[in-house]
Design a protein around this ligand. Sequence first.
Ligand SMILES: [Zn+2]
Length: 270
Amino acid sequence: MKARFSELLGAAQAQNAAVGAFTAYNLETAIGVVRAAARRKRGVILLVSERSFDDVFVGALVAVAERASVPVCVQLDHSVVHRTIEQAFELGAGAVLAAGSKLPFEHNVALVQWAAGHGEVEAELGGIEGDEDIATAVAAGALTDPEEAADFVRQTGAACLAVSIGNVHGTYREPPELDWARLEAIRERVDVPLSLHGASGLTDDHLRRAISLGIAKVNVNTELREQYLRTTELALDRVREGANVLALNSAQSEAVAAVVEAKLAVYDGY
Ligand SMILES: [Zn+2]
């Protein structure tokens, strides 16, 4: 069933757990994500990236959410485009990430305030480097300032704040070193749930520690794409005989489900 973004995050935060947010590029991915969530009896967030944003596709993800046996929220990932943000809510997405961290502080505030007038919003402060859709190796960007974060959340009405504590999208150029003291300082000053992007290159221990220090949402994308492609490659020979696309689709969904299930186990604190 469709779930409110803030309810999913609030429930996770109350249990010292995190909600998994996974990017879907097609229905096979979305079905795999929701299947894993159903197996673990956990709510989950289906992310749609701005580049794959399309009326029909977002509508299809919302339909997947509505028919799921567990709570599912569809979220438009990083966007600063007003029309795309409006459309996402119109199509039934439960949240957007109004990604103004590259804008001057006041413009970021204005963007999030505006978006929060349309629906529930995740905001970001401090730069999360890297590309969401295509893996490149990058170094961490500007880190989130704890005092500024408190001020930002008070002014904007954001339902969730994405932090930059050494995390990046894609792959890590150097072994990731997360600034735990900074995360603690942000947690002490900010009431809303915090999110961590770029979890693909982080170890399970990193993630457990981040969750114990107040991260309530973890975004994963690159690992799913890699597993999806590996599985596709391996399945192709097998499915060519009989042109068995059904078998390919099912292998892809199952591969995604396996990665998601393992992640969700970590996010639950096991
Ligand atoms: Zn992200």
